[in-house]
Design a protein. Structure first.
Length: 326
């Protein structure tokens, strides 16, 4: 338990041991594969549609995978790499709950049959993220492509750079700012919690031992705490809970309604009410009338996030398979 707390402390206070190069993002463009692999996005969409038809619960994890890739070393596919010694990014504690790697492999195999050595794994993650949102009735946006794949994946990088669900508003804003993302991007992208589920372990302390005295988080709605306790027992590591109860399979703006009612599942959700700018956005979208603008804003913020630390031109490589370097 002490080791776990130390890890989360390190994650919160030690961001970015390297500097992201945002200038490389100018090598991205919509339609990068128009000539080299014109059916690329259609192929991705087809595989994702087939996947979600039998495993709809993978939408959230696949969207989350793109986030976890971009926030560590940039959007260059390092989260997909395997390690013979279990020391890759995917082996870090915050990434152990990621699912859907096999889906990315199926997408890559389909693309390799159509256009060998053309479409990068990092671009696949970006396109898949868009396609699962659309499949869950969210908005559409044009994905910039042209990324190349990195060849380094270290567990320690993930530990030091992934922002934990226990983060406060200062940690959240600093982490996003260091990646070229604004406070608005923070709250907009937090809206991705409208789909998917989370393990009880990600918020258990909020309902059982918030300050180490067997108490609950005072910022969390009491009725919601009671419902969570019915699903999650103390120290529960396995049970999954809907992040957006009643709407976790649909990409909509109901997440903001929950946060406004102090029913955001994570401390990082509740923290959005601790800043005037992020709170204003939450309040303005805590109504069905704000859904259209949320969809538009989400697409804009996803494009911005997709530019973090990319490799373009002759940098990196185009992996033949996504889980190992060429």
């Amino acid at each position: 338990m002490a080791t776990s707390k130390l890890i989360f402390f390190l994650i919160q206070v030690m961001f970015l041991p390297f500097v992201f190069d945002f200038a490389n993002a100018q090598g991205l463009k919509v339609g990068f594969y128009a000539k080299s692999c014109p059916k690329a996005e259609y192929i991705v969409q087809k595989v994702i549609a087939q996947t979600l038809a039998v495993a709809p619960s993978l939408s959230g994890p696949l969207l989350r995978m793109h986030f976890h890739d971009c926030f560590v070393r940039g959007c260059e596919g390092s989260v997909l790499l395997n390690s013979s010694t279990n020391q890759a990014e995917k082996d870090a504690i915050p990434n152990l709950s990621l699912r859907g790697f096999g889906v990315i492999d199926r997408v890559k195999s389909a693309l390799e049959k159509e256009c060998p050595g053309v479409v990068s794994c990092s671009d696949i993650l970006a396109i898949v993220a868009r396609d699962v949102v659309v499949a869950d009735m969210g908005g559409h946006w044009d994905v910039e492509t042209g990324r190349r794949d990195g060849n380094v994946s270290n567990m320690i990088d993930a530990l030091l750079n992934l922002i934990p669900p226990s983060a406060n508003i200062s940690t959240l804003k600093a982490g996003f700012s260091q990646r070229g993302l604004s406070a608005k991007d923070l709250v907009v992208l937090s809206g991705s919690h409208t789909i998917g589920m989370s393990h009880c372990s990600s918020f258990n302390n909020r309902i059982y031992n918030f300050t180490g005295k067997g108490d609950t988080d005072p910022t969390l709605d009491a009725n919601y705490i009671a419902k969570l306790k019915m699903k999650c027992k103390p120290n529960d590591q396995k049970t999954l809970v809907e992040m957006d109860p009643g709407s976790f399979k649909t990409f909509d703006d109901s997440y903001f309604t929950l946060v406004a009612k102090r029913r955001g599942l994570f401390q990082s959700d509740a923290a959005l009410l601790d800043d005037s700018e992020t709170k204003a956005y939450v309040k303005s979208h805590a109504t069905p009338m704000g859904q259209a603008s949320f969809f538009t804003d989400f697409g804009v913020s996803m494009v911005k996030m997709g530019r973090i630390g990319v490799l373009t031109g002759n940098a990196g490589e185009i992996r033949k398979v996504c889980y190992k370097i060429n």
